[in-house]
Design a protein around this ligand. Structure first.
Ligand SMILES: Cc1cc2nc3c(=O)[nH]c(=O)nc-3n(C[C@H](O)[C@H](O)[C@H](O)COP(=O)(O)O)c2cc1C
Length: 344
């Protein structure tokens, strides 16, 4: 049932943030349903977690963990909620979310608008009774005096109600946040988080806008501090050639124009890690072909967000089925077997 093409013109007639809010409200009213049956060949184990499919919803859609169950019911193999900060915050002034339709892209400078950790905690406690996999993406408050303490608080509070936690130091919309990717700060952050993780897997989410030597340095720090996977990548502050009128809005760019940058960043992280660190590919994935390319380039899992804006939540199951066909056609028995098999 492809309802989304019918709904999309109405959603696109609204400004992007109003449409998003309305979508989340509508999803909240949806009665629980069972996820679609997806091919067993897609089951894959990463960081000790059994994922039913390798296609997840990226952070930022369900910032406050309001509709994780409904999103899982569309066939996402996992849903990452957040970014959540210790205290609720408003984010940047509106407008701050723009569709770039001709580019199949989005620019956002939301700035971690969210209701804070305590409000999401109760909802996630309920969600943990579900069979689906839910990750919690953790950030720092904009006005925080001690950002590392914010991550420590986030990991400590949310470890009991998450299958994994993501340390997000790659949002371009909180001034100075990406500075935590720098050498000394990263070491300090990762070792502080280690102490409170309560055995839960920790993923680190990085930006695509990195210098030549950054991947090697980040991979080394991640391995040294027992990080379980690196998510490559967040949105870009760069501006490849774009055609839409919002092209010059400040913020992070996602969707199709991010694809070559995110793929290139993934390949650099794969080279730097030599397969030692699981990688999660994100950025401009909109088809089974895109997911397959990312897996061959070294991703054990993939995530998407912007493709759902343009194609609706059915995109998760469509990509999953296409991926299973591709896997079979290429003669692989599992996703794990195909990871990193592209010829360089
Ligand atoms: C509107 C919007 C909000 C986002 N918010 C977050 C966020 O809160 N935390 C985060 O780690 N990433 C956030 N992202 C980044 C996505 O998780 C993802 O890394 C990025 O959009 C690239 O994937 P895509 O091209 O499939 O959208 C956001 C992206 C968009 C479009």
């Amino acid at each position: 049932m492809h309802l989304y093409p019918l709904i999309r013109p109405f959603a696109f007639a609204l400004d992007a943030e109003t449409a998003h809010r309305l979508t989340v409200k509508t999803l909240r009213l949806m009665p629980p349903r069972r996820p679609p049956n997806l091919p067993a060949s897609l089951r894959t184990r990463v960081a000790g977690i059994d994922f039913p499919t390798p296609i997840g919803l990226a952070a930022g859609f369900d910032k406050d963990a309001e509709v994780a169950e409904q999103l899982l019911s569309f066939g996402f193999g996992f849903v990452e909620v957040g970014t959540l900060t210790p205290r609720a915050q408003q984010g940047n002034p509106k407008p701050r979310l723009f569709r770039l339709r001709r580019d199949r892209a989005v620019i956002n400078r939301l700035g971690f608008n969210n209701g804070g950790l305590p409000a999401a905690h109760g909802r996630l406690q309920q969600d943990m009774r579900l069979p689906g996999i839910i990750g919690v993406n953790i950030g720092a408050n904009k006005d925080s005096q001690d950002r590392i303490a914010d991550y420590v608080n986030g990991v400590r509070a949310m470890a009991p109600v998450a299958h994994y936690l993501t340390i997000n130091i790659s949002s371009p919309n909180t001034p100075g946040l990406r500075g935590l990717q720098d050498e000394g700060a990263l070491e300090e952050l990762l070792s502080a988080v280690q102490d409170v993780r309560a055995k839960k897997p920790i993923f680190l989410k990085v930006a695509p806008d990195l210098d030549q030597r950054d991947p090697e340095r980040i991979v080394r720090a991640a391995i040294d501090h027992g990080i379980d996977a690196i998510i490559v990548s967040n949105t870009t502050i760069s501006r490849p050639r774009l055609r839409s009128r919002h092209a010059n809005e400040p913020g992070g760019l996602s969707g199709t124009p991010l694809k070559p940058l995110a793929l290139d960043a993934l390949r650099r992280f794969r080279r730097a890690s030599g397969g030692e660190m699981p990688l999660i590919g994100v950025g401009g994935i909109a088809s089974a072909e895109d997911a397959w390319e990312r897996i061959r380039a070294g991703a054990s899992l993939v995530q998407l967000y912007t493709a759902m804006v343009y194609e609706g939540p059915g995109v998760a199951a469509r990509i999953a089925r296409g991926l299973a066909r591709r896997l079979k056609r290429e003669g692989f028995a599992s996703i794990g077997e195909a990871v990193g098999t592209e010829r360089s």
